[in-house]
Design a protein around this ligand. Structure first.
Ligand code: ATP
Ligand code: MG
Length: 240
């Protein structure tokens, strides 16, 4: 045996081939980038393409965008979100809805948000048996819940994902280019098994998006930033 790991491809054409086929199952990977760098599009398209190929099922937890907005965004990019296979294998949970429910019960102040989130994921896993969770985004979750110790809560969240045996794609916003760390709370990058960084570089009259695999445990991958773009004819990203 080679000890080869089962992987979930990124479905960035040209990149998977240069990272042994993708993300090892069970990893927690940060998808970090500035606003507009297509983090949500990439997170969703990974799940979408994996589901289309019958490789997995997953949950997309959205806080940045409502469920309808997310659906129409992905449909606008050419993904068939009404496809029965997609509808049955990707559950989209809008956590803002959970907040509204708890607000209406007057429970928002005392609620253990992270506990509620973990409980919901465990319930979904037990009832529909999904494997991948895309979480969009960490920053929005902490803004919504006003939690005081994000570092402790992130630790708890990642531990829960590992304990449940899920593969986690965790979206986090990068405020600027100059930071040496990925994420906002200072611990996400070293608690995670991998970091995929999306950038937007400006030249005089042009903006170029680039992608880099900054780290991926158990994986021989290329380093360096490569231009990437969405190819609607195949519903996948590609590096040029
Ligand atoms: N059909 C399309 N084809 C290619 N690119 C598109 C298409 N529709 C939208 N975009 C690009 O995708 C960008 C938004 O992508 P996305 O929402 O995934 O980014 P994000 O990093 O999640 O942003 P945010 O930080 O606001 O959540 C838009 O700014 C636009 O440039
Ligand atoms: Mg987004």
């Amino acid at each position: 045996m080679t000890g080869a790991k089962e992987r979930i491809p990124t479905y960035i054409t040209g990149l998977d081939e240069k990272m042994q086929g993708g993300i090892p199952k069970g990893h927690i990977v940060l998808l970090a980038g500035v606003s507009g760098s297509m983090k949500s599009s990439l997170g969703f398209s990974m799940l979408y393409n994996a589901v289309q190929e019958g490789k997995t099922s997953g949950i997309y937890v959205t806080l940045e965008q409502g469920k309808d907005s997310l659906g129409s965004h992905m449909a606008g990019m050419g993904m068939d979100v009404q496809d029965p296979r997609v509808r049955s294998r990707i559950a989209i949970i809008d956590l803002a809805d959970l907040r509204v429910q708890l607000d209406s019960k007057g429970m928002t102040d005392s609620v253990d948000w992270m506990g509620q989130l973990i409980k919901q994921l465990a319930n979904y896993r037990d009832s529909i048996g999904f494997e991948v969770v895309v979480f969009d985004s960490l920053g929005a979750f902490f803004t919504l819940t006003k939690m005081e110790n994000p570092r402790d809560e992130i630790f708890r969240f990642f531990e829960a994902i590992r304990r449940m045996g899920l593969t986690g794609i965790i979206i986090c916003e990068m405020m600027g280019e100059a930071k040496s760390q990925y994420g906002e709370f200072g611990i996400e990058d070293y608690l995670s098994d991998g970091v995929i960084h999306l950038t937007m570089e400006r030249s005089d009259d042009f903006i170029q998006r680039k992608v880099s695999v900054v780290k991926m445990r158990h994986t021989d991958h290329i380093l360096g930033y490569r231009p990437y773009r969405w190819d609607s004819s195949i519903c996948k990203f590609r590096i040029d």
